[in-house]
Design a protein around this ligand. Structure first.
Ligand SMILES: Nc1nc2c(ncn2[C@@H]2O[C@H](COP(=O)(O)OP(=O)(O)OP(=O)(O)O)[C@@H](O)[C@H]2O)c(=O)[nH]1
Length: 338
């Protein structure tokens, strides 16, 4: 059994024992070829893709698994644009996670094409796919993401946001339906915000990673550059403080990130960032009355970067208008998207 049954049994309208039996037999039946590979002594290491449509909780899940915020989150769909690896080493196992942008099917701008290519690239060569959906729901957008998966890579169905499901009894029939859609290796109903569920997920994922030497040092969390972390941090604050008003096509470029010698601080980093928006109206929105909003964005980003980079940070943020950049392939590339 996967250890996921507790989560469901806890809130079901059935009695605990009934729900447990029902779910156990269902989970057992859902596993093609019987049990998952057995973990043995020795080092394990592998690549895990976290894939799903926008807003299902992929970044939240990765941050919880890595134990530190390395990918930005917000309520706005499509805040994650890059392939990000988060690394976590626990006991014998090194988990290397790939976060992917929400798969966009509605619009076909150059930006979206680039995002979709990143998703495809991320899932081609991994040891395990965590396919994230909202528990109890499966839409056309989910189906489109699922249709990309190559056969042969074990895939876990992560039924996330279980805490938001009020009718738990409906989850069992939903899982049965999901079982018919794809040969999932296992079902994991859970909440990315629940620590116990995250712990359990490590145990499940570990079994699918090959025995091989680790790729990274034990303490490494990400292979992303400081420049990348800086741009993601400013972008997160930008979306936090502008809410739904600002289109997701706004982006952040790091013009400069220099470490300078300092007698006063162990590390001193000077960063210049530019927020690129599509219209003058958006620029005014970002700057806010009397520059108030831009000031808050910069201050919070600086404070977070100081923690993340373990340094004193001097951060300067500018706002520029570049209309139509999301439709212009050359420009999308020049802004760092593949
Ligand atoms: N209730 C509940 N909310 C969750 C859970 N996991 C994530 N969320 C919320 O769902 C929203 C989207 O989460 P993200 O982690 O940004 O989602 P994402 O799939 O990475 O989104 P994109 O970057 O758009 O692809 C945020 O408001 C999260 O707080 C969960 O387990 N329970």
């Amino acid at each position: 059994m996967t250890g996921t049954t507790k989560t469901i049994a806890a809130g079901a309208e059935q009695t605990g024992a009934e729900a447990q039996n029902d779910l156990e037999s269902m989970l057992a039946a859902a596993r093609p070829g019987g049990a998952a590979p057995v973990a043995a002594e020795g080092q394990r290491c592998g690549l895990i893709a976290i894939v799903g449509k926008p807003n299902v909780g992929k970044s939240t899940l990765m941050n919880a698994l890595v134990g530190q915020k390395v990918s930005i989150t917000s309520r706005k769909a499509q805040t994650t644009r890059h392939r990000i690896t988060g690394i976590r080493t626990r006991e014998h196992t090194q988990f290397v996670f790939v976060d992917t942008p929400g798969f966009q099917t509605k619009h076909s701008t150059a930006l979206n094409k680039s995002l979709n290519k990143t998703v495809m690239g991320a899932i081609g060569d991994v040891d395990l796919i965590l396919f994230v959906v909202e528990a109890g729901s499966f839409t056309l957008a989910d189906a489109k993401v699922l249709s990309l998966f190559k056969p042969g890579i074990p895939t876990l169905l992560i039924a996330n946001k279980l805490d938001a499901v009020h009718r738990r009894a409906e989850i069992a029939p939903w899982l049965r339906d999901m079982q018919e859609r794809h040969p999932f290796a296992e079902f994991v109903p859970m909440s990315a915000k629940n620590k116990g569920d995250i712990e359990r997920l490590y145990g499940i994922v570990e079994k699918y990673l090959p025995e091989q030497p680790w790729w990274y040092g034990e303490d490494e969390l990400t292979d992303r550059s400081e420049k990348f972390l800086a741009s993601e941090t400013v972008r997160e604050k930008l979306f936090r403080f502008t809410g739904d008003e600002l289109p997701y096509t706004s982006t952040v470029i790091i013009d400069k990130l220099d470490e300078e010698k300092s007698k006063q601080y162990k590390r001193f980093i000077r960063i210049a960032a530019t927020i690129v928006v599509e219209r003058d109206g958006h620029k005014a929105m970002v700057i806010g009355e009397g520059g108030e909003r831009l000031k808050r964005i910069s201050t919070e980003a600086r404070q977070e970067l100081e923690k993340l980079l373990d340094a004193k940070v001097f951060l300067e943020v500018w706002v520029k208008v570049r209309s139509g950049w999301a439709d212009d392939e050359a420009r999308v590339r020049s802004f760092g998207y593949e």
